[in-house]
Design a protein around this ligand. Structure first.
Ligand SMILES: C[S@@+](CC[C@H](N)C(=O)[O-])C[C@H]1O[C@@H](n2cnc3c(N)ncnc32)[C@H](O)[C@@H]1O
Ligand SMILES: O=c1cc(-c2ccc(O)c(O)c2)oc2c(O)c(O)ccc12
Length: 316
């Protein structure tokens, strides 16, 4: 193997560029890890009291004390428990395990969370920080979605960040959070806000509206149809016909121009994340529509863009 030309002369420049390009891909994870380090050292992203410089919007979202901070999400996603499964993608493609998370840890994500307080805590904080962000935009920009509703159940509503904010903003609405018993254990409700420990695959309490924020992307089509079926029962159990309100991504179609490249790439990162941690995926509009009709709904309306996610109202 020592007598052939490794690099044909005329292609040397192209090959060196290709090598540099691959190096960039190899070390992409250094971006994530350096960001995590900077956050943990709490050295950067300080507000400058003397206003010599201004923070960008992105830096502001990394401030520890900003209620809308994305830092809890970063801390959870880059914890070794959630990065380890990526080393098991190849093994998972060749075995029968449900997810790479199972292959790495020997159990499902939610069984792990139930028994490991640390993951449960990181994950709850990550979800709550996003929930604060989204619900403030929702109440500010999309309040018409809640017009005329007397009751709402936030299915998989976690520790109740969204339901609490909705109950405060619309005092005539009765809000309920349904989540797994270990998630809502010990949480105190109020007159306008109830917590129910249960299983959304079994039953969803009746209401005018069911909210599913960041739920359906965690599950495969068959599982989603079951959840949506329970939601449909919940909004049609009286003679009043309610609606399901979904907040999740609608994967954009690839376009010719570069404008939406980063957005689509981020949506596809989430698609991979859902495959690695749980049994879910991100869906395009056609795939969403099929889910709704397969679950027995008759119509849907995509009303608002919430960054990379959308608000979808689904009608029985
Ligand atoms: C990705 S989190 C989304 C939390 C919240 N909706 C938000 O967007 O901030 C998914 C939630 O679904 C809950 N969950 C998972 N399986 C469930 C089940 N079978 N019944 C009810 N809730 C469930 C989890 O505990 C978790 O709180
Ligand atoms: O690590 C994750 C795990 C889950 C998840 C865990 C337990 C469940 O019972 C469930 O239904 C979903 O969902 C995520 C998610 O939805 C994200 O957007 C980002 C990360 C995750």
């Amino acid at each position: 193997m020592n007598n052939f030309k490794l690099i044909p002369g005329e292609h040397a420049t192209e090959l060196l560029n290709a090598q540099a390009h691959i190096w960039n891909h190899i070390f992409n994870f250094i971006n994530s890890m350096s960001l995590k380090c900077a956050i943990q050292l709490e050295k950067m992203f300080e507000n400058d009291q003397e206003e010599r410089y201004a923070l960008t919007d992105a830096s502001r979202l990394l401030l520890k004390d900003n209620p809308l901070s994305v830092t809890p999400f970063l801390v959870a996603m880059l914890d070794p428990v959630l990065t380890k499964p990526w080393h098991f993608l190849t093994a998972w493609f060749q075995n029968e395990d449900l997810t790479p998370f199972d292959t790495a840890h020997g159990k499902k994500f939610w069984d792990y969370g139930e028994h490991e307080a640390k993951l449960n805590h990181f994950f709850s904080n990550a979800m709550a920080s996003d929930a604060r962000f989204v619900v403030s935009v929702l109440i500010d920009k999309c309040s018409a979605v809640f017009d005329g509703l007397e009751s709402l159940v936030d299915v998989g509503g976690g520790t109740g960040t969204v339901a609490k904010a909705i109950a405060d903003a619309f005092p005539s609405m009765e809000c309920t959070v349904l989540d797994l018993p270990h998630v809502v254990a010990g949480l105190e409700g109020s007159k306008k806000l109830k917590y129910i420990g249960g299983d959304m695959f079994e039953a969803v309490p009746p209401a005018d509206a069911i909210l599913l924020k960041w739920i359906l992307h965690d599950w495969n089509d068959e599982e989603c149809i079951k959840i949506l079926g329970r939601c449909k029962e919940a909004i049609t159990s009286t003679d009043k016909k309610g609606k399901v309100i979904i907040i999740d991504m609608i994967v954009q179609n690839q376009k010719e121009d570069d404008e939406d490249r980063e957005s689509i790439e981020t949506q596809l990162f989430f698609d991979m994340l859902m495959m690695v941690l749980v049994t879910g995926k991100e869906r395009n509009e056609k795939e969403w529509a099929k889910l709704f009709f397969d679950a027995g709904f008759s119509d849907y309306k995509i009303t608002h863009k919430l960054g990379l996610r959308s608000l979808i109202e689904v009608y029985p």
